[in-house]
Ligand binder design. Structure first.
Ligand SMILES: [Fe+2]
Ligand SMILES: [Fe+2]
Length: 176
């Protein structure tokens, strides 16, 4: 006899048939769905604000012929957009609605939009924003714990990339 307590197949099959309208959200989902959706939407806002900030920095840096920085900014902008898509997709899977309303973005975002005038200021602001994202995603991962492994894995993947972004900005800053 196994000492691992798993739900028997009969019960699993019966439970899966109940509330099929909830899609991927099953009875075994033990996280606070509302709270998870709120955190996902705040993170979505963070990513969208980061896309806009990096885009602004990309075009401004292109103007001052800072091509190395510009290509980093563009790459980050595209990756933040991918993060936003992953978060929005998960929100829908959990039965929520992704908030793309521009009026709500700066209010819900953890990171700020700072236009920046000099290249140094832009890189510094991007580094600060990445550090904010890193801390907030780490906290969200800790909060989720074992309650929602899929959402947790999404945040873990994003967190790893934000750490690379921070590292890139830190390297750039040192050369300025
Ligand atoms: Fe991101
Ligand atoms: Fe990032």
């Amino acid at each position: 006899m196994s000492n691992v307590e798993l739900t028997d197949v009969q019960t699993l099959r019966e439970r899966a048939r109940q509330h099929v309208e909830q899609g991927a959200v099953t009875e075994g989902y033990h996280a606070d769905r509302k709270e998870i959706l709120r955190l996902l939407n705040e993170s979505l806002a963070t990513e969208l604000v980061c896309v806009l900030r990096y885009k602004r920095h990309y075009f401004m840096a292109s103007g001052i012929k800072a091509s190395v920085a510009a290509s980093e900014f563009l790459e980050h902008a595209n990756q933040e957009a991918e993060h936003a898509d992953k978060l929005a997709e998960r929100i829908v899977q959990l039965g929520g609605e992704p908030d793309f309303n521009p009026d709500n973005l700066t209010r819900n975002s953890h990171a700020q939009y700072v236009a920046g005038s000099s290249l140094k200021e832009m890189v510094l602001e991007d580094l600060v924003a990445e550090r904010i994202a890193i801390d907030s995603y780490r906290e969200i991962i800790q909060y989720i714990g074992d309650k929602d492994p899929t959402t947790r894995r999404i945040f873990e993947d994003i967190l790893a990339q934000e750490e690379e972004h921070a590292d890139d900005m830190s390297d750039l800053l040192q050369g300025l």
